[in-house]
Design a protein around this ligand. Structure first.
Ligand SMILES: NC(=O)c1ccc[n+]([C@@H]2O[C@H](COP(=O)([O-])OP(=O)(O)OC[C@H]3O[C@@H](n4cnc5c(N)ncnc54)[C@H](OP(=O)(O)O)[C@@H]3O)[C@@H](O)[C@H]2O)c1
Length: 356
């Protein structure tokens, strides 16, 4: 299976390292031999039909000094570095079976990542995206494009990173009907709310602590304003409930204005305040006032399965026949997200989409 990887940051690096470390196991268990034939970052591309090694790619990245280098600076036998090239052109010109998209998520401008996915699927490649941006703004169109080109589109790392939220939802939906989903899908906001509850901190102090520990970006808007959670709600609603939704269909409010007193009062009543993404499957996605998709602060039972600490994620599925099922796990991390990509690649391979 020949892979084009777009983005060589935390997730991309973890993926290339993992594919090397698991090469023997993937072949033994699945007959799968993945080969990364092209890597693209913001400075250019590295291409090698026989495969690129993690060591050579990492060396090229560090050669720029202060981590500022590009994979285009690759120095390895049989590899070619291309500086300042247009990613879409390189994708179209590379003979490969699967594209893996790991560039930064942006909902405001998802056009670049969308271009990468379109170029790949248009050229007959399957696509794996951990980038939520294109899926949040145009998932129905991307699903159609994949079907039109008879290729597979996978995105399990977009919700829950390594925790298999989408796979679990699909399994549950196969035998029962999912009536409602409630999820704590953003680690940064959960960390902040947990600190406010357990350490009695203000929102600002808890946010500063989250930034200090590397849980939050210096610009945490996408997290604290609920946008990140909303992207995951859209992906879940479409993947499992076939709602055909986009981010505009979600009623969103974040946690910026949460007062310490609200968190304290809830705790006194035996409840914890969380940022909850919710899908009500009994209402259509665009159901007006009774909108099916929402994100906002809400309460969960203190000490219950959804009362997860720090930056942990949790998703509660309410089923028509079987009651509730709650999945708890880590929702972020380069290695964690890379495991989801490997799962997708294995799935594509088993469904006959792996090339040679
Ligand atoms: N990290 C997580 O825990 C996690 C979890 C789930 C999902 N995700 C998603 O996974 C994606 C990657 O996350 P990350 O943490 O690996 O991000 P990251 O460390 O910031 O890496 C992003 C990579 O994309 C490259 N890039 C940026 N713009 C590009 C462009 N126009 N063309 C080609 N390459 C470009 C960057 O190039 P340079 O190296 O040249 O800067 C960098 O290599 C994001 O969409 C994120 O939302 C991440």
């Amino acid at each position: 299976m020949r892979i084009v990887l777009v983005g060589f940051g935390a997730v991309g690096k973890a993926l290339v390292g993992m594919l090397e470390a698991k090469a023997e196991e993937l072949y033994r268990a699945h007959g799968l031999s993945p080969r990364v034939v092209c890597v693209i970052d913001s400075g250019g591309a590295a291409v090698a039909g026989r495969g690129l090694s993690a060591a050579a790619l990492l060396a090229a990245k560090t050669r720029g000094g202060g981590g500022g280098g590009s994979v285009a600076g690759i120095e390895a036998e049989g590899a070619v570095g291309l500086r300042g090239v247009e990613a879409e052109r390189v994708i179209k010109d590379t003979a490969a079976d699967v594209l893996v998209e790991t560039t930064p998520t942006s909902v405001r401008d998802a056009s670049r990542a969308m271009g990468h996915l379109r170029a790949a699927m248009g050229a007959g490649m399957h696509a794996v995206s951990v980038n939520k941006g294109p899926l949040a703004v145009a998932m129905p169109a991307l699903v159609q494009l994949a079907a039109h080109n008879r290729v597979m589109l996978r995105y399990s790392g977009t919700v829950g990173a390594g925790t298999p939220v989408l796979a679990t939802a699909r399994t549950l939906a196969a035998g029962d009907r999912i009536v409602r989903v409630r999820g704590i899908l953003n680690g940064t906001t959960n960390f902040i709310l947990h600190r406010m509850q357990t350490a009695g901190e203000s929102y600002q102090d808890a946010l500063a602590e989250a930034v200090r520990l590397g849980y939050a970006e210096t610009d945490p808007s996408a997290d604290v304003d609920g946008i990140d959670t909303a992207t995951k709600v859209v992906i879940l609603a479409n993947a499992v409930m076939k709602m055909g939704a986009t981010i505009g269909d979600v009623r969103v409010s974040g946690i910026r204005d949460i007062e310490r007193s609200r968190v304290r009062e809830a705790a006194e009543r035996g409840m914890s305040v969380k940022l909850i993404g919710e899908i009500d499957a009994t209402v259509g996605a665009r159901g007006g006032a009774g909108r099916a998709l929402s994100v906002g602060p809400a309460e969960v039972e203190r000490g219950g399965p959804m009362d997860v600490p720090r930056n942990v994620n949790a998703v509660e599925f309410t089923l028509e026949k079987s009651g509730t099922v709650t999945l708890v796990g880590r929702g972020a991390g380069g290695d964690e997200t890379a495991t989801a990509i490997v799962r997708d690649l294995v799935e594509i391979w088993h469904e006959g989409g792996g090339g040679r």
